[in-house]
Design a protein around this ligand. Structure first.
Ligand code: ADP
Ligand code: MG
Length: 400
């Protein structure tokens, strides 16, 4: 059974080790470092593992909060106890942890406990007919957005989509919701005859998977593409309600949906954030822009607009490094989860030829980094768990 596991861990080294151990049997693992990220994402996972919590809260407090949240009552929780202290163990079980594993433990024991919990949860869900149990089939919606254009949003979205399509052939959709200047089709060298605009006018297709799929165009990378409207004049014809309905059906019709959400922070973008498991935000090393992203994210979190976790990609669009990573992270108020190197040719060749980097320059450093980003977003491919965490995975965690 392949599971999607959500891990809350505050210590970076412990998180990396635990994530690798959990991923070893082929499970997908997402790491979050904050309690709000855990609470908002938990309903979409088949299992939650809680290691250590930052700040004052105890693991037992967090489990109690999770249980109190009606959207995720059925998610099984494995708590890691830091010592063999009986009181700690009792507190965790009283808070309704499904199981408690005491440090130190070996990876075999961890895998066995995880498997047992998943089987129990599945049986319980079958008995009650509950659909709260996520079977780990990996269905997910990933949005790529940046409040600024020209920072690599479409580059990241198209490459992530092609990597997802390698893992889920013909079950991956890239949806171009950069409604004014969508360039997904051109990055993929496709000339769409229809777009999200026609789909938005077809009420039947917004409720029927088969009809819905007829609006997507096929890319030879086994990727389905739903293009943006043909020009900025049509953008206003697509409302937030359309976006909501389109994303609902898309998430049912495909295993993975990647949304290029463009750079306009409007109600439609907010709808995308609310429906996404992960929002990937490319940023460039430029302080005012980073500050704006910081403010935007704070405001979005305050109003609860982000449905899942957010993850930052530093795109080095300049030839020189003028800023230190620590300065960038300070301005951003968050960790960088992945970094794309500057390259004067590879990306430009990709957009001009309509062949994304991971296909057109598959052995280049940008391609390697884009694949590392995909591992962070989707979880590593089963069986290919890196032994040492590569540098760019440093910020598996969400926001500071
Ligand atoms: N790291 C990089 N180094 C050099 N050029 C880049 C880099 N990332 C993106 N580009 C180029 O920048 C341009 C804008 O990228 P794009 O993905 O279309 O951005 P957006 O969707 O945010 O407007 C493209 O020509 C792309 O090839
Ligand atoms: Mg773009």
């Amino acid at each position: 059974m392949q599971l999607s596991i959500l891990l809350l861990a505050s210590d970076r080294n412990a998180a990396t080790q635990l994530a690798q151990a959990l991923a070893e049997p082929g499970h997908g693992v997402t790491v979050v470092s904050s309690v709000p990220d855990l609470l908002s994402s938990a309903p979409r996972y088949s299992l939650v593992v809680i290691d250590r919590v930052q700040g004052g809260a105890s693991v037992a407090d967090v489990i109690a909060q999770l249980r109190a949240d009606s959207s995720s009552p059925a998610v099984p929780v494995l708590a890691i106890s830091q010592s063999a202290d009986l009181e700690e163990r009792i507190a965790l079980l009283e808070a309704n942890a499904d199981d408690v594993l005491t440090r130190p433990f070996d990876t075999g024991e961890l895998a066995a406990r995880v498997e047992a919990l998943a089987i129990r949860a599945q049986h319980a869900a079958e008995r009650t007919g509950s659909r709260a149990y996520n079977d780990g089939s990996g269905r997910r919606v990933v949005a790529v957005f940046s409040p600024k254009g020209g920072v690599g949003t479409t580059t990241v979205a198209t490459n992530l989509a092609l990597i997802a399509a390698e893992r889920h052939p013909n079950q991956t959709l890239i949806l171009d919701l950069d409604l004014s200047f969508g360039q997904v089709a051109s990055h993929l060298n496709l000339t769409p005859k229809q777009s999200v605009l026609e789909l938005a006018r077809d009420v039947a297709a917004q409720h029927d998977h088969e009809l819905f799929r007829t609006y997507a165009i096929h890319h030879p990378g086994n990727l389905q593409v739903l293009a943006a409207p043909p020009g900025p004049g049509f953008s206003s014809l697509i409302t937030a309600q359309h976006v909501e309905q389109i994303l609902t059906v898309a998430a049912e019709a495909y295993e993975v949906v990647i949304v290029d959400a463009g750079a306009a922070l409007d109600e439609r973008a907010m709808t995308v954030f609310g429906r996404s498991d992960t929002t990937v935000i490319p940023v460039i090393p430029e302080i005012p822009g980073l500050n704006s992203v910081h403010i935007m994210l704070d405001q979005l979190s305050d109003i609860g607009a982000l449905g899942g976790s957010s993850l930052f990609v530093l795109n080095n669009v300049f030839a020189r490094d003028l800023l230190k990573r620590s300065d960038i992270e300070t301005a951003l108020g968050a960790k960088i989860a992945a970094e794309l190197p500057y390259d004067p040719l590879v990306y430009l060749k990709a957009v001009n030829e309509g062949v994304p980097v991971i296909r057109g320059s598959s052995r280049s450093l940008p391609a390697e980094r884009l694949r590392a980003l995909a591992d962070t977003v989707f979880g590593p491919v089963a069986g290919v768990v890196p032994l040492a965490a590569p540098k760019e995975k440093r910020g598996l965690f969400g926001r500071r």
